[in-house]
Ligand binder design. Sequence first.
Ligand code: FJE
Ligand code: FE
Length: 293
Amino acid sequence: MSQSDYSPAFNKPRLVLKKVLAKSQHEGVGAVVRRAIGRSELKNLDPFIMLDHFSVSPPGGFPDHPHRGFETVTYMLEGGITHKDFAGHEGTIRTGDVQWMTAGRGIIHSEMPAEATNKGLQLWINLSANNKMIEPNYQEVVSEKIPSAEEDGVEVRVIAGEAMGIHSPVYTTTPTMFLDFSMKPGSQFHQIIPESWNSFVYVIEGEGVFGSPNSSPNMAHHVLVLSNGNGLSIWNNSSKGLRFVLIGGQPINEPVVQYGPFVMNTQHEIDKTIEDYHYSKNGFEMGKYFKSQ
Ligand code: FJE
Ligand code: FE
């Protein structure tokens, strides 16, 4: 029997502080999202602005729209999303692929379904004041290049950060961990999380016990906000597979003013951003004649 059956694996284990069901809502054109982070109950999870578990089919999608002041991470669970931006960057990410987009000072793009059924996660990570106006950047990692490892019935795909001794190739402007775990029935795992970071779990499939072995199981589509601590223990005591993402990030500790797809520090900066977008200035120059469709 392992030591963890008797004593906690961490001197300061993270526990589930708050549990919220991400109910479905409409977004974009004909898309349905379970908004895990960014809903009224879960607004201040610095540095995270939003997490959507999305499902979209043609002829719907997310037609031309701008971003400024943060990063968007799109991780595909099924199907594909074709993205096209105003600088001519385009491509399709498919099941298991990730696109890590640093919008910085400005991106205008469309994100449209590539197949009949397309599902994934889109995470918005805030940028600190000194990084909000950086040049836009893309990091795309196809499924086969995402590091993964398996230990005793627990598989992890490392989208960002480190787990089971393997590291993601993705550079995160705001220090972030993004791990996709699949746990077989009867398995358990202990994941280290930097102590000062904020973190949460989103359950994709199945049910799992998080934080304390005596706590009640958490089902699919729930967000679990974790308390401070240095790691998280997870048990799959059920008879089905458990899949969840564990996401953590270093808090930025700055004021956040959001207006849709613009995230800045002050209302003045938002007003300036709306003007820049309207007049195609300060990063939105290429928007002047852009139309992806
Ligand atoms: C949107 C601004 C946006 N969730 N999940 C305003 F940026 C968006 C938007 C998305 C989005 C895109 C994908 Cl691929 C997945 C998403 C929001 O593009 F819908 C609104 N209303
Ligand atoms: Fe977008």
